[in-house]
Write a protein that binds this ligand. Sequence first.
Ligand SMILES: [Zn+2]
Length: 329
Amino acid sequence: MSLKNYQYNAILRTYDDRRAASRVMLEKRQAEIAQKLPAYMELQAKIIENSMQFAKASLFAENGSPDTAGLRQQNEALSRQKEALLTANGYPADYLSPVYLCKDCQDTGMNGEERCHCFKQAVVDLLYAQSNIASIIQEENFGTFRFDYYNDNAVDPKTKLTPRQNIRHIYETCQSFVRNFDKDGGNLLFYGNSGLGKTFLSHCIAKELLGTAHTVLYLTAYELFDILGKAMYDNEQDFAASAEHILDCDLLIIDDLGTELATAFTMSRLNLCINERFINHRSTIISTNFGVQELADRYGERNFSRIFSSYTPLRFFGDDIRLKKKMES
Ligand SMILES: [Zn+2]
């Protein structure tokens, strides 16, 4: 699945719009400060005057480097005074700095010769219609995760943990997955009954990684198999090109494995995806309502053992927490 021209242009337009909006906001703020804090403008004028002198001195310097250390020091002191003036009047120190959604590319979409991570993510969001993930992760993230939904009395006979102790362990494993993502990569397998926070936790991870310049693609197994089923190509190269983002994104989340309409063909495509990603050290999170035996039965002993050995398995257990959530809302 690659970008069509009109889609590419649509993304470029959002970058233009962003920069324009940022410019308008900055001009508004400048006008506001000019009116409310004339002293700020005087400091600003002094800095400009010094800079002009600096430029002149450089232009007419006799033996190479001009003696401008004094001017530079003055300007640094003036800049500090400007910031102090803003904060003393209740403004943030960077109130008059340009505001960018992406600091890495300053909303140009480019990092030198390369497309910025934010641009790559915009492409993935558009192609896979996952623009809603941005709003979901505002609600579902590590900060909003609630342990008190989980029972702390009943002890699981296998692990000797209560559901709450278990979810704490899973939560910490997810946080450490994020912390060590660039160093260790790795894969997670969330399995167990529905309504225990598997999708929620994958959103928590997505939020952290999206916030640290990674590309994340979230697909339900149903959506993934739909895409894989359409990619009916003669050779693997064509397939790789069409599934580029599925194979290449930094983190692929496959939610609800087991709900897909699978055929032998799509199943082999899934294997290919999982293998390719594994070989190229791209991380994947799979969540499923199946238990270990059901997974083995459905995906075959061989595939299953490969997944199980290269993924960190995390078993979710306890009572469905959705009812408790609903009662509170
Ligand atoms: Zn960027």
